[in-house]
Ligand binder design. Sequence first.
Ligand SMILES: [Fe+2]
Length: 405
Amino acid sequence: MCYYISRGSIPHKRHTRHMVNGQLAFEEVFGTEGFSGTMSTIYHKHAPTAVESCEIGRVVEPTYVQSRVLRMRHLKTQDMLPNGDPISGRKVLLGNADVEISMCVPNERMPTLYKNGQSDECIFIQSGSGTITTMFGKLTMEPRDFVVIPKGTIYRMDFDKPIAAAGARFITMEYVNGSHIQAPPRYRQGGVGQFLENSPYCERDIRAPNGEFGTPATAMVDGMYEIIVKARGALHSFRYLHDPMDIVGFDGVCWPYCFNAMDFAPIVGQLHLPPPVHQVFEGHNAVICCFCPRPLDFHPNAIRVPYAHSNIDSDEVMFYAEGRYPARRGISQGSITLHPLGIPHGPHPGTIEATLNQRSTDELAVMCDTFRPLAPTQEALAVEDEAYFSSWCAPKTKALVQQHA
Ligand SMILES: [Fe+2]
């Protein structure tokens, strides 16, 4: 979705000879929507098509359960134990035909390179820091970063060592419907151009790859470079004798980037403003919002938590990353809630009264609203707080009122 950048060595005219140290570079057009969407033009030292072997590995399509069960859910990802590397450790918790939402608590290093050949990914780093080495150059990842990785990008995530001690945790929203993650068009001139004055973020907040190309030698397997390619619902092993990230330069608008949630300038109002003011990204049939630390509504009689609302057309997922979310009791950092379409949800009993004089919130939460129902996986049920759906009920209201009387 980003603006034009150029890194490294490229020829003056596209599709012309580009000599690098006496060798002809190999041009690759990395484009979306056929040849009609955004693209980058990449120059390799070796032919990107020179594959030594390709093998199908394991199927990774999630298996959903309880798809007809309608209830509000609370998943405690804080109870998930470290497992796997930043790719194999991703556990899909909720999903549908448009988006898969996974949590990862890695404790191993990625042995290879990775490419998601079927989906754009939006990763939110709850904790941990490190480097993402991509075919477009390196990105430094930090807590509270959104990392947007276009479909087809070769990359590798390396958290600072040791991973477990660094407490790496991240959530991934993968647009399995194949659509592209972008800023809301209403933030940009003509829907695709420069960020407008009323946008809560702009180009300066987007951290582009640094153009430092190449793969760390530690990524080699049996003397060859391996890319695990996710496509057709399975992982495939592609091996090369040359470094597939042997890029000397590129230009274009299709590249991965980081955006830190603390660079989102929250829009606040006299009275409660609905979630679209918190929107940060969107793809087909799913939007991503970011609730950042901010002043609360400033009307003297404002109700400072959201009113009860029915998501008539969408399921709502909230990931509570940091701080205290004033409208909910019983959730903590790492909690995920699912509030499905078909039933209303709203503030927990007592939270309206408790926040009447609150002037600001330190919450940091990421929301993903989907326009088709989400189903949980077995991994989600393993960390579910099954009492959550009834946590608004009257007996608890009475008990709380008595407690505060
Ligand atoms: Fe909501």
